[in-house]
Design a protein around this ligand. Sequence first.
Ligand code: HEC
Length: 112
Amino acid sequence: MNKGNGLKLAVMVLALGAFVAVAAGEATGSVTKGKFYFKKSCKSCHAKGAEGGEVTPLTKTQAQWKAYFTAGKHAKGKEDLSKFLTPEQLVDVQTFLTAHASDSPQPETCGG
Ligand code: HEC
């Protein structure tokens, strides 16, 4: 296989991966950015012992995080999640939380 074909194949594989993620209804934001925004905008109230109670990716399953962000409500439905972050940032946070959810292939608390 020459170099050109290898590149084409790589592009196809990437496109397929994105397609599968979208088809599965997964959030397609950035895990790295999501982790950053979660620490910056959520963790102050969601560390162990803080006012909102401890929240980590392990708090919910992938399906539960999806449902939570689809509803977009926070603090027992009292307010909108959009109070804290822009829609794009929320997609990143959702992507981060889902990637490490309790039933994900890589469950972890990520120090957060
Ligand atoms: C100003 C403090 C504060 C910030 C910032 C905050 N939360 Fe909360 N959060 C709370 C409180 C208070 C509750 C309600 C806790 C209870 O009564 O059980 C809550 C509840 C929750 C719950 C449990 C389910 C629910 O909605 O009641 C989740 C999940 C959650 N927050 C996620 C987040 C995420 C994600 C962010 C960042 C986008 C965030 N929180 C930012 C205070 C905060």
